[in-house]
Design a protein. Structure first.
Length: 51
């Protein structure tokens, strides 16, 4: 994950859906919030994410 590889002074761009806290895969709507995933990762939590 780019966040874990970042060093002091680096910038990481999260080019996600931003305002939509879900993804639609086929006909299935799944909760997914880029902001929440990044916050959890930075706080030291773990979350299984989609690649």
């Amino acid at each position: 994950m780019a966040i874990s590889a970042a060093r002091p002074g680096d910038a990481v761009l999260i080019a996600g859906k931003g305002h939509e806290p879900y993804q639609i895969l086929g006909k299935t709507r799944t909760s997914f919030d880029d902001r929440l995933v990044a916050r959890e990762f930075l706080a030291g939590g773990s979350r299984k994410t989609m690649s």
